[in-house]
Design a protein around this ligand. Sequence first.
Ligand code: ADP
Ligand code: MN
Length: 514
Amino acid sequence: MDPVGVAAAPEAGTGPAWRSKCPWGAPNTTSMSCSLADVMSEQLAKELQLEEENAAFPEVVAVAEGPFITGENIDTSSDLMLAQMLQMEFDREYDAQLRREEKKINGDSKVSISFENYRKVHPYDSDSSEDEVDWQDTRHDPYRADKPTTTPRKGFIGKGKDITTKHDEVVCGRKNTARMENFAPEFQVGDGIGMDLKLSNQVFNALKQHAYSEERRSARLHEKKEHSTAEKAVDPKTRLLLYKMVNSGMLETITGCISTGKESVVFHAYGGNATEDKVMPPECAIKVFKTTLNEFKNRDKYIKDDYRFKDRFSKLNPRKIIRMWAEKEMHNLTRMQNAGIPCPQVVILKKHVLVMSFIGQDQVPAPKLKDVTLNSEDMKKAYYQILNMMQQLYKECNLVHADLSEYNMLWHDGKVWLIDVSQSVEPTHPHGLEFLFRDCRNVSQFFQKGGVAEALNERELFNAVSGLNITADNEVDFQAEIEALEKMNEDHVQNHGKKLSMFSSDGDPPIYNE
Ligand code: ADP
Ligand code: MN
């Protein structure tokens, strides 16, 4: 170290060595000091340039809104993600070109050639469904209002047997017509609205067959484009979302798929770094709600009558409705968590992707109750725990699971954990008590078959959970009383205008005996 070299300050006017080597020559100014104003203006220039750039090259993919991750910008640090984004842009342009060619070739001809199979972006992935497709039209179909529930699962209407069975020709024909809605959205079924169209079973079945094979064909075509393994089950947009979660460090790695169901795909992941307000669980389950609509259309009765979501429901497009399922699961899990019911803990919700804690260990999910063999002592323990949980769910969370069975209960750490609550509703839901009765039937049958002598039958269990005292001693009458109660609640709501009037705002369950 040369103390002189450090200490020697350049003399004014001479400047350091690089100055003379600078290809643009030495600056005129002799002053070495750099004024604050200069620095500032340089920054200003940079800012201005950035602004300009941003305006000229807007972000390709929209960042998720939502309250959970804020202030987040598109992270373009990953080459993989950049490549994905570019690919998606390219695919869209390619498809647009394809459509132009298709139009040119077909012209006004009555016979047209479709290039659809050559498209890069599957119709479900395309952005257009985000805002342009509005589901409202189909939701308010005139015949949808009486499509109901007229023939419940038991297959007939009213008290006693054989009043109107599901085999009734007229009812059946109308139902067949209404059921056509469940075919894939792009499957054209014509306009049956306005005429009292009754399809015979034969015609309906032929149409159904055709719709399904079309759906499979479309799925096969789509699948060909997906090459990766673990992410095979999700569309490119969802994949981006998942990559972003890993990129941000929130997740360490996504190891693979645990389950692919009709409505969702569940992945396992190792948790990453904690953020300011969140500690990541060591292992996570990522539930991706499928963005194809078919399955969900069957389920809108769970959500569209739920007053919490009702107002929003009618205004939303399909993609947003699917996000609502994820949101619903999140809210319901949170309520359960607050009541101390063993269930996955919510980590984060992003669009239709819900990240929660993983029930299980070392990537192995806890077995479903239907898959474990419990000794009689554990079986009995499990039963009483479930009885307890059902009561807590009803009384403390003001919820009915609505899909409770040995398929949605996991055995972990010597106890039962409840999962899969996206369809759960409040007891005052127009069909809430029927759902509860169905849950009770599943639970009761499972434990009675499993040899738990103490297990209540479904009617006793229903009363024990709901606190209602329905005395009917056979299933048909019991169910009829349940429906009468639901109707009473609905009438009350109609008369009083507000659903909330049925129960206090602190989430107590409804009181039916007023
Ligand atoms: P679906 O609507 O497809 O039935 P579920 O929420 O029941 O969705 O999840 C499907 C499967 O994924 C479950 O049966 C379970 O095996 C697994 N799973 C879901 N969530 C978790 C979790 N938090 N921890 C461990 N496994 C889970
Ligand atoms: Mn399930």
